[in-house]
Design a protein around this ligand. Sequence first.
Ligand SMILES: Cc1cc2nc3c(=O)[nH]c(=O)nc-3n(C[C@H](O)[C@H](O)[C@H](O)COP(=O)(O)OP(=O)(O)OC[C@H]3O[C@@H](n4cnc5c(N)ncnc54)[C@H](O)[C@@H]3O)c2cc1C
Length: 518
Amino acid sequence: MRREEMIGKVRERSEPWDIVVIGGGATGMGVAVDAAARGLSVALVEAHDFGKGTSSRSTKLVHGGVRYLEQGNIPLVMSALKERGLMRQNAPHLVHDLAFIVPNYSWWEAPFYGIGLKLYDMLAGKYGFGASKLLSKEETLERLPALEPEELRGGVVYYDGQFDDARLLIHLGLTAADHGAVLVNYCPATGLKRDADGYVNGVIARDTETGEELTLPARMVINATGVFTDTIRHMAEPEAEPLMVTSQGIHLVFDRSFLKGDTALMVPKTSDGRVLFVIPWHGHAGAGTTDTPVDEATLEPRPLEEEIEFVLDTASRFLVRPPTRADVLAVFVGLRPLVKGEGKTSALSRDHVIHVDTSGLLTITGGKWTTYRHMAEDCVDHAITLGKLPDVECPTKNLRIHGYQEKSAALGSLEVYGSDAEKIRALAAGSPALAAQLHPALPYIAAEVVWAAREEMARTVEDALARHTRALFLNANAAIAMAEPVAKLLAAELGRDDAWIAAQVKEFTELAQQYRVV
Ligand SMILES: Cc1cc2nc3c(=O)[nH]c(=O)nc-3n(C[C@H](O)[C@H](O)[C@H](O)COP(=O)(O)OP(=O)(O)OC[C@H]3O[C@@H](n4cnc5c(N)ncnc54)[C@H](O)[C@@H]3O)c2cc1C
């Protein structure tokens, strides 16, 4: 993916695209992959870096959603379990099985969770990841030695999937581009075009790097802007009733020693009835999440003090070594795009919603990362009908995601790149400077930054450190220390000067303060 080429293709095109997508998160990128793989012409504009929104801030689980079983939403769980299986099949370099333990401290928990998780296994059918099992106290502690042993009776082990959300998002972008989609980052939609009858027939966007206004005529415009959904809907219909409510969730990241071993901890009911996970991720331990209603959607939501205290408190009850504020290496916050309903946000449906405004604007929202493919299929099917587009069947059930590689663990710290890893290794082999690790606490090497700029449209230090590598999400202080060398590497690739380097380091350092807990 090269940004100049992508913008050139947008500029050159005068005939309408079959589909123009607004929003480059999991939902929009999934739509771009689906539409491009069906042979439709598709362009996507993203206001910031691809995945800047919620899609890089998830719990990193590819799951059916054990807690939705409790809500009785069997169709949602079944559909998500099937998607979980397809994700692992199509992106084995990015989606892995992960064992979870639900610890039992009361007599009723073993039968209650044991039966619930057997139902979870059963609903996965042929897409199952492994059978759940009741464990004795000794077996539980053997698998999860970090667990608080006092009053522990045993546990239930079950299996779900885990992934690197921002990396999968980038690889979805590369997959869409491999199929001819045109994707532009740093290019917010600023307005919609309409035909003589008032129907939406295009998008006006602004290249924030140059200020140039771009016009993208379209047969169908798809709004996939997550928590910003209503902002785009109001461009089409200022009086439209808002569709969305927003809730935020935080995660705290610690050293891996807080969660020894490769098994995750799942607490199905915290003191206020929510679910808490403590999971191993990229050599660290991540704990979350909360569910706090918020009034305003922003791209950089901030953690609330009470959320930090809640996660620390709850994790401390279950871990033998209680984490403190001083142990937090990073905190990251994501906003859930939830479709309006009654009651608490944690009880609102995680089903996706497709909405057509009277202007013809097609909106897709809700759902979850795990169901992005199914959401995209449903959305493009609707777009084909509404936009009278060629009726091609959806091919994504068996579509390999860019970088597809089985047994990718052998690629070591470059595993998430799959088949691209060897190209990054070749870059590193050509120069000792590019083979150098950027910080002793994290495995990232300089060649990854060069690769991100050359092939993945990374434009800023934040892009390189927050999403193309996950440094900011793993260790905010280490990321701050990496900012200057990363800015220099990017400047050499993108043709920027010393003033740009200084401005980037300053901007990133300010942003990264929000990812620290002081
Ligand atoms: C804390 C938390 C944990 C979660 N954990 C999981 C999990 O473990 N597993 C799971 O399956 N799901 C999980 N989810 C749900 C999942 O992350 C979301 O459903 C999904 O990422 C939403 O993707 P999206 O593309 O709809 O939104 P986003 O990722 O927010 O994408 C919307 C994009 O639109 C862009 N945009 C906005 N305005 C404009 C404009 N004017 N022009 C162009 N672009 C614009 C934004 O910059 C943004 O990049 C979690 C959610 C949260 C909040």
